[in-house]
Design a protein around this ligand. Structure first.
Ligand SMILES: [Zn+2]
Length: 196
């Protein structure tokens, strides 16, 4: 469930390193981020996200035979386009080489932080309501995860921009390798069921 909405950003650093997609560091590009997403048709166009969503959803279904989960995976992957469309300046392609759109919420630091932290809080609230810790890992590995995400968020928002695009790419490759297994780990130590 975390890998699906993140999929575009999991693929992106590989495509950057391969030279299939381009980004550059341009402080002030939007007020919230120093990145200029010059071109990312394969990881971030709406059409390709539908393709990736179908591939990921089908793989998920083949392994689990769980339709609702496969549908949630599909929606999760495509939702990346909708959310990036809200935050990015008009750099989100409909299809490779096609027109690009974006509402530019990142031009307002306050607006960005209110929208993003509110969504994070709602997601957390839903997860905390729907699961219960079975043990200390289920409680504290989850809490540490939430704190780490907030620290990373603050670092991205207020820290200095990275020196070069390679640095971003390697950080973007490392983050999901750590964060997705970590979420899987604490989630195994929480049980499903609405907490009272
Ligand atoms: Zn993205």
């Amino acid at each position: 469930m975390l890998a699906a909405p993140e999929l575009a950003d999991i693929l992106w650093p590989f495509f950057l390193l391969l030279g299939w997609e381009q980004a550059r560091i341009d402080p002030g590009n939007t007020r919230f981020t120093p990145f200029d997403f010059v071109s990312y048709p394969w990881s971030h166009s709406l059409l390709m996200l539908c393709v990736w969503a179908t591939a990921f959803g089908a793989t998920y279904y083949a392994v689990t035979r769980y339709w609702a989960g496969a549908a949630a995976v599909w929606i999760g992957v495509v939702s990346h386009w909708a959310l990036d469309w809200v935050t990015h300046r008009p750099d989100m392609p409909i299809y490779p080489g096609g027109p690009r759109y974006g509402l530019g919420l990142w031009n307002s630091i306050a607006g960005t932080m209110v929208a993003e932290l509110l969504m994070f809080a709602v997601g957390l609230w839903m997860y905390v309501r729907a699961t219960r810790p079975k043990d200390r890992i289920g409680r504290y590995a989850f809490l540490a995860y939430v704190v780490l995400l907030l620290v990373i968020y603050a670092g991205n928002a207020f820290g200095p921009p990275p020196d070069n695009v390679g640095e971003i790419a390697w950080a973007a490759i490392a983050a999901p390798i750590i964060l997705i297994p970590w979420a899987w780990w604490f989630d195994r130590h929480r049980s499903a069921g609405l907490s009272s």
